[in-house]
Each structure stands twice: as structure tokens, then as C-alpha cells.
Design a protein around this ligand. Structure first.
Ligand SMILES: Cc1cc2nc3c(=O)[nH]c(=O)nc-3n(C[C@H](O)[C@H](O)[C@H](O)COP(=O)(O)O)c2cc1C
Length: 172
């Protein structure tokens, strides 16, 4: 299959997952990775399977990712899967369903088939630490525990899970 991995990543977390998916998919498929800003919906015509990645921004896919998904007009016979990184350690399934809704909606509009969505934690950029600590009214101690918990993500285990996800997606 011809596989496209496209994503947005401001601080490198989502890009790490893109890279793990690329390495795994390349074992058996022809794979290209491109930042979302470098492609248009028309470029999808050249691929059979699309992985689309985004950081979570305000409880949603990043705005340019949602915009791109909304611009896909035709995709019959293609398959698509999402991958998301977020600073929270985990989200319940119903939240993940909500986050992946724009991908499912794009499938309804274009005829693509939705295959699934991977998510994992990604370290929050330090530029936002003070703001989040204040907005959640956390003590220094509570915030230090949060930072310690998210440090290093996506970690080796997250990357291994992304590889397993890739195998599952491409086997179907
Ligand atoms: C503007 C903004 C909004 C964010 N909103 C959320 C959020 O709602 N929930 C969450 O868990 N993380 C949130 N984050 C954290 C990022 O989703 C997380 O650090 C992600 O791994 C960043 O990915 P990147 O390095 O590929 O840009 C937000 C980050 C930014 C910059």
C-alpha cells in the first residue's frame, strides 16, 4: 500500500509518534511523511492509507488539522487513522471518541474508511507550565508531581504502542 503520514507538531511530541509509525509502516509499505502545511487534500489521491496526527489543543484536534479534514472531498477506497498526543496522562474512551469525531466526519463526507485513533501523553511545553499550574490552582508540590509524571513522554513504551497500532491498522 502507499501510505501517507501527515501531522502537525509544535514541540516534537506528535512528530515522534509520526516517526514511529513511519518506521513500522516502512517495513511492508511505501511510506511518505509530510507536515500538514506541505500538503493539500488533492495530494491524498496518491495514497491508499492516511495517518493524520495532531496535538490536542483545548480538548480538540489542532485547528489546521480540523480544517484540512473538512477540505477532503473525495477519498473512496482510502483508509484513514488518527494519532494524537496530549499533556494529560490519559483520557477516557468517550473523550477520545469526541477528539476523533472530525476524522469520522471527513470519512462520511468523502467515502474514506475510518480505521482508528492512537493517543498518548506528550510533555507540555514549559512555556505553558505556569499558566496551567495557576489555572488548575495547583500547589508547587502538586505541579512538581504532574511535571515528573509527564516528563519523558512520549517514551519508549508509547513508541512501542504506536508501532503495534500501526501494525493493527495496516493489517486490516
Ligand atoms: C495551545 C495548547 C493547548 C493545549 N491543550 C491541551 C488539552 O486540551 N489537553 C491536553 O491534554 N493537552 C493540551 N496541550 C498539550 C499538548 O497537546 C501536548 O503537549 C502535545 O503533546 C504537544 O504536541 P506537539 O509537541 O506535537 O506539539 C495543549 C498545548 C497547547 C500548546
Amino acid at each position: 500500500m502507499k501510505v501517507l503520514i501527515t501531522y502537525i507538531s509544535q514541540t516534537g511530541n506528535t512528530e515522534k509518534i509520526a516517526s514511529a509509525i513511519h518506521n513500522e509502516a516502512s517495513k511492508n509499505h511505501e511510506v511518505q511523511s509530510k507536515q500538514l502545511k506541505d500538503i493539500s487534500a488533492a495530494d491524498l489521491a496518491a495514497y491508499d492509507f492516511i495517518f493524520i496526527g495532531s496535538p490536542l489543543h483545548g480538548g480538540n484536534l489542532a485547528a489546521p488539522v480540523k480544517e484540512f479534514l473538512g477540505s477532503i472531498k473525495s477519498g473512496k477506497g482510502k483508509k484513514i487513522a488518527g494519532f494524537i498526543t496530549h499533556a494529560a496522562d490519559a483520557y477516557p474512551d468517550q473523550d477520545m471518541d469526541k477528539f476523533s469525531e472530525p476524522i469520522k466526519a471527513a470519512c462520511k463526507d468523502s467515502g474514506m474508511v475510518y480505521k482508528g485513533c492512537f493517543d498518548c501523553q506528550g510533555f507540555l511545553t514549559e512555556a505553558l507550565h505556569e499558566m496551567i499550574k495557576k489555572s488548575q490552582n495547583l500547589t508547587d508540590e502538586q505541579w512538581a508531581a504532574r511535571v515528573a509524571q509527564m516528563t519523558g513522554h512520549p517514551n519508549a513504551e508509547d513508541l512501542q504502542k504506536a508501532k503495534t497500532f500501526t501494525q493493527t491498522m495496516l493489517a486490516q
